[in-house]
Write a protein that binds this ligand. Sequence first.
Ligand code: UDP
Ligand code: MG
Length: 315
Amino acid sequence: MTTATPELSIVIPVYNEELNLPTLFARLYPSLDALQRSYEIIFTNDGSADRSFELLKAQHAARPDVTRVIDFNANYGQHMAIMAAFERVRGQIIVTLDADLQNPPEEIGKLLEKMDAGFDYVGGYRLDRQDSLFRTYASRLINLVREKTTSIRMTDQGCMLRAYSRPIIDAIVRSGAINTFIPALAYSFAGRPGEVGVKHEERHAGVSNYSFYQLIRLNFDLITGFSIAPLQYFTMFAMLSSVGSLVLVAVLFVRRFVFDNLDRDTFGVFTLFGLLFLLLSVAMIGIGLIGEYVGRTYQVVRARSRYHVREVLEK
Ligand code: UDP
Ligand code: MG
């Protein structure tokens, strides 16, 4: 099944998945063999602290023809792990997958059928999502915000079971994007994006590697990384509220000097306090937002390498 340039590249980020890897290997390789297409699987060990890398090494020794392993020196996050693999893929169709078996490897065939039908980017959406209610609803909310602020249309941006044509991967690598949300970035390069429903399973073993804080950061990346609309909305909001405060000040003046029915000491003082707090909060949101964009610019300008690969196991 090996050729120098396989048809398929499967990309899997691995972070502390020692409990899942044996089952993943046992299900992934047979389901790929069954597809009758040449393939390679690229695992990126994202600085796991458990025995994941040893297991990957053993798997590379067992199936060196189709297995490649990239070893990071530290944990750089799921999307960086995928990026490192993207820089090295040899296949014409690239499929990303989670290592915890939440994306059943048996579903890869569905994506490929859709790719064969002429789509250049096929996103999976989870038919029966097996995540906590909180994750599910938070993700719907983010979906809504993203649809309002960008032109990216995806049913399920959080589903990592996706197929990409090679030109899209090349464009992603060339873009040199950092802090990026790969499914959305790929969408912006796609000519004919499609979607297909895929099964979703509960995490095979262990717990999610994402903390609440990381999820917030990731979703912030998703929004500020793809449009400056939040900045524009903010400006509009700030303009509206300053008009509002001008009106309020005018009312105060009229009541004080025209009708002379304002108890200056109480009503006036508290109204001005209210105004002050309003403007202050608008200013603070604005500073935060601008800071986010400036921060992104800084990272690009600094252009420090995004991750360090310690070792690559490949034939
Ligand atoms: N992952 C990674 N680096 C990280 C966190 C996660 O490579 O810092 C990998 C993890 O091994 C898995 C995938 O990314 O293959 C998704 O992670 P997880 O299942 O924890 O996320 P969730 O399914 O909860 O979104
Ligand atoms: Mg998972």
